[in-house]
Design a protein around this ligand. Structure first.
Ligand code: GLC
Length: 557
């Protein structure tokens, strides 16, 4: 329980807005100052170049004068600028209203949004909680709408929760662990609010959410970049929070790979789905969080060591991911012809993958042009499934090279029917069926084929797809996906997920009024309308991490 007194929210000390700095020309977004991880610079200096894009062009003074907090607040006035021809879709006002209904208050202040406001559902389970991952699209919507306070409150509140002692039975969890979710308990008699958090000790399967800490860091950067308020990230509390999260993941062990070893169910896919090992979702978020932390950590006595470890890890991680997780036509053909049982440094088939383990479907699925990061790579095991979140985050974090980013978009276009169908976007492809489903999921009735985490279609992924489309200069793909979502989402009361090979059916056990479906739609709309918003959730390529090897020509042409 959070019995401690709340510290007052710090005043926003410096403001700048990137929103007014870009006209409709989002090619300038790609013109941002580049991150140079080898150069040692002060936080302030880095803040100016990395956290506030385009500052060099307009100057800080100009920015401060152009910022007007709350300029877009209120759901009567959603972020519909008059600068372009987009008419707000009638669904937008409904979405804002639903999003505001999901707000959760702690001692009078909004601190997050509830996972689902579904009164019709018999079983609440933990959908009445504020999930860290679910809050991210809500936070982005509020930031884009000029309402940063709730995001700041959330960041501070979850940071406090990190400080709790966390136990599962008699085992103590790492200090840096962030909760999967928390709940505010209102006592109307005593007029008190208290918090309960879940770090995995109540979660189905008892798995700690590895993604929560990463999303927290990514959100802190989004907040800083969107508001220009550097003071929050610079507080000793936030600096410590970042260091704790990073040191949990950077600690030395028996690893031979720079990727992060994970249990099944430790991320958005929060139940057994055969993603144990090195799942792409976590690796992409890990990479992005490390890069965000690098931009915000101070070069003081405590930060320095952490920064050095981050730099080294990023270097190794990008090499590993770009080399071994990447799959395109050429690479698939190479694996198909792999020799096995090779020993020593000269081995081509380093992980001893047996070509017979390549599933049949992937030969048809792979277009001649295009590619993607596969689900998992570990000794003698490649999970060839396609996962949406990991691939979109890889684009946003520039874990994917520009050529790989283009190839991922090419694949989405080439396999539109399979990955988008009638509702964006499949969480994974393809679904596990029959014997494989039994073995891998442990006969999970919620994860039957083409449902939920097993090939279900999740509207929340729309914002990630849209961001990836804008970053790769292909907004027309996002437009197509948003058009599809607009035919159904409101009518179907914002379901959590859809079922079926085409995503035509409202999910078997899908919650209605699922907050991140609502917020994801709003974020997608606002980003497409004003692509400069992309800056808060995207990182430019770092030339230091250029790939050493080129895998094939399909993504160079
Ligand atoms: C489900 C999802 C998880 C989400 C939670 C709350 O458990 O699998 O990703 O955070 O619901 O919406």
């Amino acid at each position: 329980m959070d019995g401690t007194k709340e510290t007052g929210m710090r005043n926003v000390s410096s403001h700048c807005s990137i929103n007014d700095m870009f006209d409709e020309d989002f090619s300038r977004l790609l013109d941002k100052p580049k991150l140079n991880i080898e150069r040692q610079r002060s936080f302030d200096e880095r803040s100016l170049s990395e956290l506030s894009i385009g500052l060099t062009r307009v100057g800080l003074d100009n920015l401060e004068s152009t910022y007007s907090p709350g300029r877009r607040s209120g759901f009567d006035t959603p972020a519909s600028s008059t600068r372009n021809s987009f008419e707000p879709h009638p669904m937008v006002a409904d979405a804002w209203e639903a999003l505001r209904k999901s707000l959760v208050y702690f001692r009078g202040q909004p601190v997050g949004t509830i996972a689902a406001v579904d009164h019709a559902s018999e079983e609440v389970l933990n959908y009445d909680q504020v999930f860290v991952r679910d809050f991210v699209p809500s936070a982005l919507a509020f930031l884009m709408n000029g309402e940063p306070d709730i995001v700041k409150n959330f960041l501070l509140k979850t940071l406090r929760l990190q400080g709790w002692e966390k136990r599962v039975d008699r085992f103590k969890l790492g200090e840096g662990a962030m909760p999967a979710s928390f709940k505010v308990l209102h006592d109307p008699l005593r007029k008190t609010d208290t918090l309960v958090a879940d770090f995995g000790e109540s979660a189905i399967g008892r798995v700690a959410p590895v993604d929560s800490g990463f999303w927290w860091i990514i959100l802190l950067r989004a907040y800083t970049k969107s508001t220009g308020d550097l003071s929050l990230a610079e507080t000793p509390e936030c600096q410590k929070g970042m260091r704790l999260i990073c040191s949990l993941c950077l600690s030395e062990g028996f690893d031979t790979f720079p990727t992060l070893l994970c249990a099944d169910g430790c991320s958005m896919v929060d139940r057994r789905m055969g993603i144990y090992g090195y799942p792409i979702e976590i690796q992409a978020l890990f990479f992005m969080a490390l890069r965000c932390a690098l931009a915000m950590l101070k070069h003081d006595a405590e930060g320095k060591e952490c920064i050095e470890r981050i730099v080294k890890r990023l270097h190794a991680l990008s090499y590993h991911m770009r080399s071994y997780f990447w799959l395109d036509f050429q690479q698939l053909n190479d694996i198909y012809r792999y020799k096995t049982e090779e020993y020593s440094h000269t081995a081509v088939n380093k992980f001893n993958v047996i070509p017979d383990s390549i599933p049949e479907w992937v030969f048809d699925f792979m277009p001649t042009r295009g590619g993607y990061f596969i689900g998992n790579v570990s000794p003698a095991r490649m999970d060839f499934r396609w996962f949406a979140l990991g691939n979109c985050v890889a684009i946003l974090a520039s874990l994917a090279t520009p050529e790989q980013s283009m190839a991922i978009m090419d694949l989405i276009e080439a396999r539109w029917e399979e990955l988008v169908g009638e509702m964006p976007l499949k969480i994974s492809y393809p679904a596990l069926e029959g014997h494989e489903w039994r073995i891998v999921t442990g006969c999970d009735p919620k994860n039957t084929r083409w449902s939920y985490h097993n090939g279900g279609s999740w509207p929340v992924l729309l914002w990630l797809l849209t961001a990836a489309c804008i970053k790769t200069g292909r907004p027309q793909i996002a437009r197509r996906a948003i058009d599809l979502a607009e035919t159904r989402l409101l009518k179907d009361s914002w379901p959590e997920y859809y079922d079926g090979t085409l995503g035509r059916y409202i999910g078997k056990q899908a919650r209605k009024y699922q907050t991140w479906s609502i917020a994801g739609y709003l974020v997608a709309k606002m980003m497409l309308e004003d692509p400069s918003h992309l800056g808060m959730i995207s990182l430019e390529e770092d030339k230091q991490m250029k790939p050493v090897i080129k895998r094939s020509s399909s993504w160079t042409c």
